[in-house]
Design a protein around this ligand. Structure first.
Ligand SMILES: [Fe+2]
Length: 113
């Protein structure tokens, strides 16, 4: 496994590290999609298309939430940082404590969409 997008001069990553890297890249893509849809929504006059693109933009926001939660399940440090976030009350945090014995691993993610 290689680290990041480039093969040249890359650092070897474990399968779990590579999975986390790809999820982070996927998250970046989702944010870029949201911004692009919003830009188009703000710059077109056709109400039907605005409504369609707004719906798609909101689906991309759902994908951000899904990927964020997946990262929190498989990246222990990321999960810890979500749970330590002092800017919000514990009950309002994106991630709640989980029982590590049921945490997702690379192995039990195979075959799931
Ligand atoms: Fe998406």
């Amino acid at each position: 496994m290689t680290y990041g997008k480039s093969q040249a001069g890359s650092i070897q990553a474990t399968p779990m590290e590579q999975l986390i890297i790809w999820l982070r890249e996927d998250l970046i893509g989702e944010f870029e999609a949201i911004n692009q849809y919003q830009l188009h929504i703000d710059n077109i006059d056709n109400e039907e298309i605005k409504t369609l693109l707004s719906h798609i933009r909101d689906e991309e926001k759902e994908h951000v939430a899904e990927i964020t939660h997946a990262l929190a399940r498989i990246d222990a440090i990321q999960r810890e940082k979500f749970m330590e976030d002092h800017t919000v009350a514990p009950e309002e945090r994106v991630v709640q404590p989980v029982d590590d014995s049921t945490a997702t691993t690379v192995g039990n993610l195979f075959g799931k969409k």
